[in-house]
Design a protein around this ligand. Structure first.
Ligand code: PRT
Ligand code: MG
Length: 208
């Protein structure tokens, strides 16, 4: 049995066509079904539906053989213990700094609100900017509006969320896409099944 960890939101939606090309179609729809383990049309493959930020943990511990996770989540988690053989090029977005529209570039030490503490720390350090990082779990956009932070580090896709909150994108930290990750032991123990899947995914991606 191969277990693939996927999060329920946009990654799941964008991974479905890719999985389908490999003959993997979930029997139940996680939007309407509360099951956390989804059987698929392939008897030897099941999906586990978890929080995006938990995907690297499940794969690291071998609770899932494979997983699909955003590069943002992998970097923040520190995924040295995982193989990352494929860029699936789905759920693409940009990790950016953003600030109140028209606010001047901050001089000296700045306060940054984000859920990406590690990434933000190393980004500002690399630019030689002293930053106090404030960890938030959501609604980062609020922080500059209420004086909690000078800027935020968050994911941007259309830019609508920033715009709706009177913020503007400032600097691109990196482009983000979702990656296939593989547990290292599983890569050895289930080599045949996993490499067959990798080849199938590669084929699908090459045809896109
Ligand atoms: O449970 P949790 O909320 O932690 O995860 P989730 O349910 O959101 O997981 P899921 O499956 O949706 O995957 C999240 C992953 O999708 C992230 O780790 C990214 O790799 C990727 N992704 C791609 C995004 C976005 N685009 C995105 N736009 N994740 C979040 N957003 C949010 C962003 O944080 C901001 O609030 O959308 C808003 C900005 O969107 P725009 O279009 O208004 O700019
Ligand atoms: Mg979400």
């Amino acid at each position: 049995m191969l277990t693939i960890a996927v999060s329920k939101g946009r990654i799941y939606e964008e991974a479905l066509p890719l999985l389908a090309e490999a003959g993997i179609v979930p029997i139940d729809d996680p939007k309407t079904c509360r099951k956390l383990i989804l059987a698929t049309t392939r008897e030897d493959v099941q999906l586990v539906i978890i929080r995006a930020t938990d995907v690297p943990t499940f794969v690291e511990y071998g609770a899932a053989d494979l997983g699909i996770a955003g590069k943002d989540v992998l970097l923040e988690h520190g995924a040295e213990s995982l193989y990352e053989p494929l860029d699936l090029n789905i759920a693409c977005c940009r990790l950016m700094t953003a600030a109140h529209k028209g606010a001047p570039e901050h001089q000296g030490r700045i306060r940054v609100a984000t859920k990406y503490v590690k990434i933000a720390q190393s980004y500002f350090a690399s630019k030689g900017i002293q930053a106090e990082i404030i960890k938030l779990y959501g609604s980062m956009e609020l922080a500059p509006l209420v004086g909690l932070a000078d800027c935020i580090v968050d994911l941007v896709d259309t830019g609508n969320t920033l715009k709706a909150n009177d913020l503007e994108p400032r600097e691109l930290i990196m482009n983000i896409s979702s990656r296939l990750v593989v547990n290292k032991a599983a890569m050895k123990m289930k080599h045949e099944a996993i490499s067959a899947l990798l080849i199938q995914f590669e084929k699908t991606l090459a045809n896109r």
